[in-house]
Design a protein around this ligand. Structure first.
Ligand code: NAD
Length: 404
């Protein structure tokens, strides 16, 4: 996954930036590392290194809490950089940030998760609790972190603004959990219908990941009339050339082992997903899934980045040579946009209808996506680079106007 310094270097070829400004932007404002020890329900004690990166002082740091065995400082920093790009292109009042806990989740029980979240919240209390009404970091869901955990965090802190994507009873809003998937489906439909001039109905789609983002993306695209023919996850996959029945699959995964799609129909692997034909391919699992090793095999005209950073730079170069269009991070910005809506409506979640959240996502996502498309045409660069350039230009505007 590309780090913020590399993205800045790419943008600097096109943006007028002074040396002092470059120095100010290049590194995160802060990196925090705290090692937590956790005694599991089975009596075993394990060490779980945790990290938090805050990119700058533009606003409260925003970016989810990732709980995964591969979490590292490098990964958290890169994800915070992607969040910084996302907050600038959506014009939200946040600084990019990310938190992570490095732990093998395979053997964790619900009680272990509860304890882990309690320990994490206790550890990061000084950053999560506002001082003089200023928030430094507002957390949210990411891989393996769930709305009930965000509810635990705000209850523990006694502050309903220090986490988003929590339960509506704890100051959350109804449309937040589906928001990222809604945004992914929304931008897919917009691109196919308004840019390519075709219909979303009947388009074949392959999705990697069936968690929060992949699951909601599949549900919305299914409702729009697209034909989702393959879905894979960490444990396996499923293929149906006539289209998978998504409502039935969602029911199935509520009870299946590890909530996996595996066993719902004809088995399908991640390798097959990255070489089978789809009109649209949607990586919605993890970063660095499309690389120089499999980019030549991809058989889709359009790739939508539902996950953060699912394509490496080399993978991107190969896909560019092959004229495959990639819609970058703006595609998965629905979550952070809805988080802002959640914070704006804090204290009165009941008045918020899902359609209000979706309208807000649609407005912010599509208008800024049009800016990215315009810049891409103007500079003759791909959408990925246009997005980075736009984000750096907007970051420089803030730096020059306010000084941070
Ligand atoms: P999740 O934990 O709910 O789901 C992850 C899914 O990916 C699961 O189905 C899992 O089985 C699958 N998966 C994990 N490792 C895999 C592998 N090696 N191969 C194939 N499948 C694998 O996580 P999520 O919240 O849906 O997040 C998915 C991605 O979307 C991440 O990159 C995350 O950073 C990004 N994202 C999430 C949000 C959000 O609001 N949750 C917002 C923006 C971006």
């Amino acid at each position: 996954m590309l780090g913020y310094p590399e993205m800045l270097a790419l943008a600097a070829e096109y943006v007028n930036i002074k040396e002092a400004e470059y120095l100010k932007l290049e590194r995160p404002l802060a990196n925090i590392n705290v090692n937590i020890t956790l005694t599991l329900e089975n009596g075993k004690t394990i060490l779980a290194p945790t990290y938090l990166t805050l990119m700058n002082e533009v606003g409260a740091g925003k970016g989810g809490l990732r709980i995964h065995k591969n979490v590292s400082l490098e990964e958290v920093q890169s994800l915070a950089g992607l969040m910084e790009i996302k907050c600038r292109i959506t014009e939200l009042p946040f600084a990019g940030a990310k938190a992570g806990i490095c732990i093998n989740t395979e053997d964790l029980t619900t009680k272990d998760y509860e304890k882990l979240i309690f320990l994490w919240a206790e550890t990061y209390k000084p950053i999560l609790i506002p001082r003089n009404k200023k928030y430094y970091y507002i957390t949210a869901c990411d891989v393996n972190s769930r709305p009930w955990m965000m509810s635990k965090i705000v209850r523990h802190m006694g502050d309903y603004q220090c986490a988003t994507s929590k339960d509506p009873l704890d100051g959350g809003i109804r449309g937040r959990p589906p928001a990222t998937g809604y945004g992914v489906a929304n931008i897919t439909k917009f691109y196919i219908e308004n840019i390519s001039g075709e219909s979303i109905k009947g388009k074949t789609i392959g999705i990697q990941g069936f968690g929060n983002v992949g699951g909601w993306t599949a549900r919305y695209l299914y409702e729009m009339g697209a034909k989702i023919t393959a879905i894979t996850d960490l444990y396996g996959g499923v293929y149906n050339e006539n289209g998978i029945n998504i409502p039935e699959l969602l029911k199935y995964t509520q009870k299946s082992n590890n909530n996996s799609v595996s066993g719902f129909g004809k088995e399908f692997s991640n390798e097959e997903l990255f070489s089978a034909h789809f009109d649209v391919l949607i990586p919605a699992a993890l970063e660095d899934q499309i690389t120089k090793k499999n980019a030549y095999n991809i058989d889709s005209e359009l790739i939508i980045c539902a996950a953060n950073g699912p394509i490496t730079l080399k993978g991107q170069e190969i896909l560019d040579q092959r004229n495959i269009t990639i819609i970058p991070g703006i595609a998965n910005a629905g979550g952070v946009i809805a988080s802002n809506f959640e914070l704006m409506n804090a204290g009165d979640p009941k008045v918020v209808e899902i359609k209000d959240v979706q309208q807000y996502i649609n407005k912010k996502q599509i208008s800024n996506f049009k800016d990215i498309i315009r810049l891409s045409k103007e500079l003759q660069v791909n959408l990925f680079l246009a997005e980075i350039i736009l984000a750096i230009e907007r970051r420089l505007d803030i730096l020059r106007a306010i000084g941070f």
